[in-house]
Design a protein. Sequence first.
Length: 323
Amino acid sequence: MSNKSVEKFLFFPSGAFYLGILGVLLGAGLFSSGLVTWIAANWDGFSHFTKLYGIQFIFVFCVLAGLFSFARRRQEQALHLSSRLWFFLAAVGIGGLFALIGQTYQTGADVWQLFAVWTFFQLFLLIALSHIANALLFFSTLVLSLVLWLSELGLDVVLISWIAAGLSVVLLVATEWLKDVFHDRQWRVLVRLSALAVACSLVYLQMAQFNTGRISETIWYSKGLIIVFGLALSAVGVWFYSKIIRDMVIIVLAVLSFIYSVFMLLGEDFLELLFDLGGLVFLGVLFFAIGIGGTLFIRRISKNSPSSPLSSSIGPMTDSSIQ
């Protein structure tokens, strides 16, 4: 989707256009909610074969509908929105089918095994028909299956947090590198969600070490290493996405992660000192000052950016581009 088509979609002057979009969304929402409600109300009355064949029918129907939609617009050399929607529903149907098989035949499989098999079968759709929705579902089930598997192994929460942080960084690099493959250059949805996962994993890693309070000779449990890792990764994120690739959303996430790491570095003694000096009022003033400083820093970066404040992939909007 080009910049002109995106701007035309977002800033289309006709009210009838927006009314039509809202009508389609409302109709799709009411239809899907009614269908789900009907299935839930009659689920116990269905036989095992009806459930299995019903899910398989939905999966095959979604695949055929996606292929039909793609064949109609094959001259465009790209997946259309309807094709993406049908193939995404097919990927979701794979997970529903495996869950139903496990429930019906009592296979005894663990939850992580279900997500792992679901992820494996999504891989074929992802390779053949790559787009944002399928990639997001694939990465979500992949990370979830790995985290559940590590939990089954009985690993410590700090070690699991380290692995989750590493996986998030790998996903960020992969989505940034493959954004053209997933048709994500325009909106950078996968990249920004991966950056959000990195920020959350850094926060969770530091919270896990703080809550456990475990003192060990193993370097992975060192509070200093964890905080330095968070500070370094946040600083690298700010530098990379302000100098190499302009993305203000990821810069904001990196700045927030850096501020959180600084507070964790100061430790609970510093927080107790803050409460002694003025309690919540002083702490609120401090947070307000940090927020103002972060806002001014981000604003300075955005002013120095030659591109759009949101991303380098979205060019500046002009009056001629809207027409």
